[in-house]
Design a protein around this ligand. Structure first.
Ligand code: ATP
Length: 292
């Protein structure tokens, strides 16, 4: 199974609600940076991950939780060993855990011979985490609510990215709490209307997409990891059209004009000392699916 990472091309965060959540308007974009998730019949259920740093095992792992949720809902399903090869940065704002959960849902349904629809898997996925429905769907989509209500976006363009990975992860709740704090004491920048991004994608012009990139969580992520400002500057200085913190960060996504430019930006950024490592990726990519 392969499960794609996501970048938020646009992320607008509404005020803190009474229930502790925020309403979001997000343009999700799946890229071809993916975890490999192998699901095999076993005597006892297990989840292992390589490398394992920062990733829980068993049903604390979102992939294990997904298998358990499908088993509960359908009242069927033999034990499975889930092995994850992690390529999506952990706690990186690219929804790697959600991607693994999506892969586990699709993979277990296939292994257990469960007749299901994407709609049913999306329902189960939404209960596991608000980014799981998009990891099932892939492509480019607008998400509303907590990000789980999706509608596909007409996009006529292949986007070329350089991803700058940070040495330390960021906790998503901590970044939202930091945004609430910044909004109490001041007026951190807010993204413009989502329509600007949708028009740029429909128009098929990478420069217009670059100009429309925006994330309300960026100020909070930078406040918690001030070095991200240097990474963003270094990426643009190296030739990227623009950069944005992905989701709750700390991964920085730099949009480039084409594949050649992305390779050059990646090489220069890798030597800049402003990030742990770099990856080149393109999107849109398909949602969680069986490969090989
Ligand atoms: P979010 O989806 O909230 O934006 P993120 O992309 O920043 O999260 P993830 O790598 O998805 O970060 O994981 C966040 C936390 O979830 C990790 O720190 C880890 O403790 C836990 N987790 C559970 N299952 C997984 C998994 N399969 N892969 C990675 N992390 C997982």
């Amino acid at each position: 199974m392969q499960a794609p990472a996501k970048i938020n091309l646009h992320l607008g965060v509404g005020p803190l609600r009474d229930d502790g959540y925020h309403d979001l308007v997000s343009v999700f974009h799946a890229v071809d940076l993916a975890d490999d998730v192998v699901i095999a019949p076993a005597v006892r259920s297990s989840v292992t991950c390589e490398p394992a740093d920062g990733v829980p095992s068993g049903t604390d792992n979102l992939a294990g939780a997904a298998a358990a949720a499908l088993r509960r809902r359908r009242k069927t399903g033999s034990p499975v060993a889930i092995s994850i090869t992690k390529r999506i940065p952990v706690a990186g704002g690219m929804a790697g855990g959600s991607a693994d959960a999506a892969a586990a849902l699709v993979g277990c349904a296939a292994l257990w011979g469960i007749e299901t629809t994407r709609g049913e898997l999306i329902d189960i996925g939404a209960e596991l985490g608000s980014d799981v429905p998009f990891a099932l769907t892939g492509g480019t989509a607008v998400g509303t609510g907590r990000g789980e209500r999706l509608s596909p976006v007409l996009s006529r363009i292949r986007l070329h990215w350089v991803l700058a990975l940070s040495a330390e992860g960021l906790s998503t709740p901590a970044v939202f709490a930091e945004l609430d704090r910044l909004r109490e004491i001041g007026d951190p920048p807010r993204v413009g209307p989502v329509e600007t991004m949708l028009a740029a994608l429909a128009g098929g012009d990478a420069a217009a997409v670059a100009a429309a990139l925006g994330n309300d969580l960026q100020a909070a992520a930078i406040s918690l990891q001030p070095g991200l400002r240097r990474t963003l500057r270094a990426g643009v200085a190296a030739g990227a059209l623009a950069g944005v913190v992905s989701g709750s960060g700390p991964t920085v996504a730099l949009l480039c004009a084409d594949a050649e430019s992305a390779a050059a930006v990646a090489a220069e950024l890798a030597g800049s000392g402003t990030c742990r490592s770099v990856r080149v990726a393109t999107g849109p990519a398909p949602g969680a699916r069986v490969v090989g």
